[in-house]
Design a protein around this ligand. Structure first.
Ligand code: GLA
Length: 368
């Protein structure tokens, strides 16, 4: 708190109802834009902090079975670290979360060329995706809980995408200990869209995530090629390391000899969720026995990217001086399947001017 003290005075002076005491400046970008850090609390002693830079969830503080609190997401202490080089810690990614092969897709007879930022491919919205911009932010209270509403307008042509896209994201923390994320978007030209949240979880709060136990509600996953582009096929999880239909330690099969695991350097794959697109369904559950913490995830999306933190290599020093080593966090990203714009058999990610894009994803926290 202390190190932000110098920012408190001007905020109090101009404070409106939108700011509570705990909402403070998070620093400024090189272009002078200021980012803020907002705090949501509920009656379960859960405290979530979110910045309007990239819509990043910077911390989720939760009690364990003994009442001791820890932060169960990876991130940095300050804005500068997020700006300098973050592997999408906690952010809203888009327009298109995940990869588009060679950054190319076709729509209504036109070819669109997107920014490429992952070898030859487009990843998570390109060079300056939704994770690297300042969103307009406003706190609110609804009958569901306390929330932060974020708005961003992505201009026609931004990162190569067609259409002016207006996107609205609402984070709500309920007294039921759920973090609900509502997404809504509209465009003035036909475009593609696939936003998600890229939080890295670690239910114990430190160390590797191999003994976090995971269930994924999926009978199929989408295999990838050597540069992590989906092949277009759906493959049964049965009899493979991708079978998480019953809860299993993340570490159980992660080092098995398996071509798919070698392509991803571990798990970095999209699972085809059982259930209907647009209907809220259980996507995954995670438990960690030492802390007794549990997380359930629900989504209206058809897919779930499970990423086991394979590219973390000890080069990021995060909050409280923690060095994030290999597999110290995992991501569960609600999404459409990777490279859908080039895979006609996958559910569509096209958004037309007369349509509204909607997604609801819920992370529900509790004890085992
Ligand atoms: C996603 C991708 C991974 C990796 C991380 C960020 O989960 O699928 O391959 O790029 O983001 O490091």
């Amino acid at each position: 708190m202390k190190k932000y003290a110098k920012y408190l005075f001007p905020i109090f002076l101009f404070s409106t109802n939108a700011y509570a005491k705990e909402d403070i400046s998070f620093g400024k970008l090189a272009n002078g834009q200021e980012a803020f850090l907002y705090t949501l609390k509920n009656n379960k002693n859960t405290e979530i902090k979110i910045t309007n830079y990239g819509g990043i969830v910077t911390s989720i503080i939760l009690p364990d079975k003994k009442g001791n609190i820890s932060d169960i997401v990876l991130g940095f202490d300050n804005l500068q670290e997020y700006v300098k080089n973050s592997p999408y810690f906690g952010s809203i990614v888009g327009r298109y979360g995940n990869r588009i092969a060679k950054g190319v897709f076709h729509l209504n007879g036109k070819t669109y060329k997107l920014a490429t930022n992952n070898g030859v491919n487009h990843l998570h919205g390109g060079k300056v995706g939704f994770d690297k911009v300042i969103w307009n932010a406003k706190k609110f209270e609804s009958k569901e809980g306390k929330g932060l509403e974020l708005n961003y307008t992505s201009k026609d042509g931004e990162e190569g995408y067609p259409g002016n896209l207006k996107i609205n994201v609402k984070y709500v923390l309920t007294d039921n200990n759920e973090l609900k994320i509502y997404y809504q978007a509209n465009t003035d030209k036909t475009t593609i869209i696939n936003p998600t949240n890229h939080s890295y979880f670690n239910l114990f709060g430190s160390g590797d995530i191999l003994s976090n136990k995971l269930m994924i509600n999926a009978n199929y996953y989408t295999p990838i090629d050597s540069v992590s582009i989906t092949t277009g096929k759906l493959e049964k999880v049965a009899g493979t390391p991708f079978d998480f239909r019953k809860p299993k330690y993340i570490g159980k099969n992660i080092n098995d000899k398996n071509t798919q695991l070698s392509y991803g350097k571990g798990y970095d794959h999209n699972f085809v969720l059982n259930g209907k697109i647009g209907k809220l369904k259980l996507a995954a559950t995670v438990t960690e026995s030492k802390s007794g913490r549990k997380m359930e995830m629900y989504t209206t999306e058809p897919g779930l990217q499970f990423y086991s933190g394979n590219f973390l290599d000890g080069s990021f020093k995060g909050k409280n001086e923690q060095v994030y080593k290999n597999r110290y966090g995992f991501c569960l990203e609600a999404q459409h399947y990777p490279d859908s714009p080039n895979k006609p058999s996958f559910p569509t990610t096209v958004l037309k001017p007369n349509q509204t894009y909607k997604q609801l994803t819920i992370y529900k926290f509790g004890l085992m």
